[in-house]
Design a protein around this ligand. Structure first.
Ligand code: PEP
Ligand code: MG
Length: 579
């Protein structure tokens, strides 16, 4: 019998593979092989983590006021004793050596062994001690996972290669790590379609279904399953006919891609001869290959924050410069739009494991340009790296989450200061590097005309614009059903930005997911959009639609859609404009 679990397909495509189930209630641990010559270092890393765990516990114990019940201190002493106990530590060291695996995995394996013994005990009190084991193990794991000097997971190791990762949720930081493992697909129990995790999955070309509640309850480890990223369904591969059906679909999909791939060299020009810019969104330099294969005009959105994920300290100016150089060189003269750091909300440097107060509404908090203007030590090196790279190719600088003119003038002042500093140092840069703002906050869209004197271009970030306009958290699948790019309010905002740009001759592009959704291409063309930026995988399909469109025939229909207030009528008009 075939079991079908439903969620939201966020990254198209089909995958068939064995499951790899992750449990997040404990820190996430992935096994990877450690070459023999690094084993000693790995063991030392583990021992250091144990020492650090002891140090932390002693500090906690020392801080306990004297009048506090002895039970609490005893509880910490128990944990300290466990850290001394060879059952946990020495056995782990042996496992690292025997299996040549990373310390995290060895520790988790040993934890499972110990817990099994506790579970088999009749005594309910002793059974509860397993929680203590977990606390101690998790403390060490967190220390290990935070240390960035351990050997990096090795993609060639292959233990995750071709597997379907099943987890409760993944952070963008996790998703970036996963790409090195050749994962076939993602299935998560939570997460919204516009989450950065979903976007990353799409850009990495990995089929993904999210919001599959209780997936880990129904799917067992190592089970072969089918992931249908188009319909948002996960199927157990119990039935051969279902498997055959999906193998066939996968084949058809590949053929269709090859057919569209032939458009690579063809220009993106409409039937009535209007040139359209079709750019790509990237997160990592490695994706440039895909950008070129898709035949993109350039890169319209390079999300630089990915460089800052999974590490304790930010990348230096030099590291950023070298990374950008790789992208510019591979783009070989095609324009590159570098977005400045958009950290905060769901994108945290260390994957959200850091301590400190958690904002109640992180999406409304200190994120993106707000964070950069607060933390100039973080921002200035990036500005310098972008300026320096502008001497090597056509580069634009784009600022996320702009909300006030004051933010834009502050950025301009900082850019000026860094340009002057570079001149003094004799380092080259493009004096006329275009500086643009992303319009992602409804206030900025309504007042788009206010920004045009301060920018060289605007780019509409529909992911955040929709999140803020419709008050739906982009990572919360409970409200994902409200996500609607065709909501009249969203369309009005998009139209306002395009019109404000046209009035003041400031180019306007769009780099949110709406730009890469084939259902909206003709509508956006009709509304006056001339620059689209999207994940490279959909670019050929969008190009096909552009080449098959006549904008003269789209204007009236687009205006009717823009002013339509009846959902039924809107559905009818959309069918007409799409075909
Ligand atoms: C957007 O908000 O539409 C956008 C492109 O930026 P991000 O998805 O990275 O927030
Ligand atoms: Mg955004």
């Amino acid at each position: 019998m075939t079991l079908a679990l439903h969620g939201v397909g966020v990254s198209r495509g089909y995958a068939i593979g064995r499951t790899y189930v992750l449990y997040r209630d404990q820190p996430e641990v992935v096994e990877y092989a450690v070459p023999r010559r690094f084993l000693e270092g790995e063991i030392a890393r583990f021992r250091d983590a144990v020492l650090e765990a002891k140090r932390q516990l002693r500090t906690i114990r020392d801080r306990i006021p004297e009048n506090v019940s002895a039970d609490i201190t005893a509880f910490i002493d128990t944990h300290l004793l466990m850290l001394e106990d060879s059952t946990l530590t020495e056995a782990t060291v042996e496992l690292i050596g025997e299996r040549q695996s990373n310390a995290e995995w060895a520790l988790k394996t040993q934890r499972d062994r110990v817990v099994r013994v506790f579970d088999e005990m009749d005594d309910p009190y002793l059974r509860t001690r397993r929680d203590d084991v977990d606390h101690v193990v998790n403390r060490i794991l967190r220390i290990l996972l935070k240390s960035d000097d351990g050997p990096a997971p090795d993609g060639t190791d292959g233990r995750l290669e071709g597997r379907v990762l099943v987890a409760d949720d993944l952070t963008p930081a996790d998703t970036v790590l996963m790409q090195h493992h050749g994962i076939a697909a993602f299935v998560t129990e939570y997460g919204g379609p516009l989450s950065h995790t979903a976007i990353l999955a799409r850009n990495l070309g990995i089929p993904a279904v999210i919001g599959v509640r209780s997936a880990r309850r129904y799917l067992s480890a190592d089970e072969t399953i089918i992931v249908d990223g188009v319909q948002g369904v996960v199927l157990s591969a119990g039935d051969d006919s279902v498997l055959d059906h999906y193998r066939h679909r996968r084949l058809r999909e590949r053929r269709e891609r090859t057919r569209l791939g032939r458009l690579r060299e063809a220009p993106a020009i409409t039937r009535d001869n209007v040139q359209i810019g079709l750019h790509a969104n990237i997160e990592l330099p490695e994706e440039v290959e895909q950008v070129l294969l898709a035949g993109a005009t350039g890169v319209g959105l390079y999300r630089t924050e990915v460089l800052y994920l999974n590490r304790a300290t930010p990348p230096s100016e030099e590291e950023q410069f070298e990374t950008f150089l790789q992208v510019v060189e591979e783009l070989d003269g095609r324009p590159l739009t570098i977005r400045t750091l958009d950290l905060g909300a769901d994108k945290q440097m260390d994957g959200g494991r850091q301590s400190g107060p958690v904002a109640t509404n992180p999406a409304l908090g200190l994120r993106a340009i707000r964070l950069c203007l607060r933390e100039l030590d973080l921002f200035r090196p990036q500005i310098r790296a972008i300026l320096r790279i502008s001497a090597r190719g056509p580069v634009r600088m784009m600022i996320p989450m702009i909300c006030t003119v004051n933010e834009m003038t502050q950025v301009r002042r900082l850019v000026r200061e860094e340009k002057d500093a570079l001149s003094r140092e004799g380092l080259p840069f493009d004096e006329n590097i275009p500086l643009g703002a992303m319009i992602e906050v409804p206030a900025a869209a309504i007042a788009a005309a206010m920004f045009t004197p301060y920018v060289d271009f605007l780019s509409i970030g529909t992911n955040d614009l929709i999140q803020y306009t419709l008050a739906i958290d982009r990572i919360d699948d409970e409200v994902g059903y409200l996500y609607d790019p065709l909501h009249p309010a969203v369309l009005k905002l998009v139209h306002e930005v395009i019109s404000a740009g046209a009035r003041s001759k400031v180019p306007v592009g769009m780099c949110g997911e709406m730009a890469g959704d084939p259902r909206f291409t003709r509508l956006l063309l009709g509304l006056g959009l001339r620059e689209f930026s999207m994940h490279p995988s959909v670019l050929p399909e969008i190009k096909f639609i552009v080449r098959d469109s006549d904008i003269r025939h789209l204007r009236d229909l687009s205006q009717r859609i823009l002013h339509c207030t009846s959902p039924d009528e809107l559905a009818g008009l959309m069918v007409r404009i799409e075909h």
